[in-house]
Ligand binder design. Sequence first.
Ligand SMILES: [Ca+2]
Length: 213
Amino acid sequence: MVSNRRYLALVAIWCFCQPQIARCESIVGLFSTGVDDVGKVLLDGQVDLHYEIDGGFLPSYAIAKAPAWAEPPANASWIGPSSSTENDPVRTYSYTTSFILNGFDPDTATITGNWATDNDAHIYLNGLYTGNSKDIFGYETLAPFSITKGFVPGLNVLEIRVNNYPSARDNPTALLLSDVEGHAAPVPEPHSWSLLLASITALTWRRGCASNA
Ligand SMILES: [Ca+2]
């Protein structure tokens, strides 16, 4: 027969494991580039409503890939400040998208995906550099990125700063993000604490029954 002390320990472990069992819930509102709200790839020239450039100063357009760029997967498209792969001014372009982390523990949040950029680029979260970078040939390879810190409760802003380098040839700039996923653990719900309290109450009742026997 399980002792009262061991019974309580098992119940406590079970209760506190509930948030862990609930891990890996998806963060809503994260999208690859060049898709609509249901993940359908946009036609070339259509505006991507999930990513704006320079704080909304410019829209981002889905564009066909330039010859030197990495091939986009079937679930994403290149986007850029122009509706075609024409020359773009040499400067830094700030692509931003936002999402809400209400109900999640920010310390458990992660975002993963793949990216390619023309030209070099860095990823920031809420204004802080995440450690993810691309060099001037960032357009050649669709490579993985991972963000594991810098999340805050409520509104979060994901920013990709892309530099368009000077070039004597055709010089477009663009960004490709694919397979973008976010996950986080929900904050512990009062439900778990209620279970623990109910179990302690049950244990007290068991002790009362035992002493009356
Ligand atoms: Ca370029």
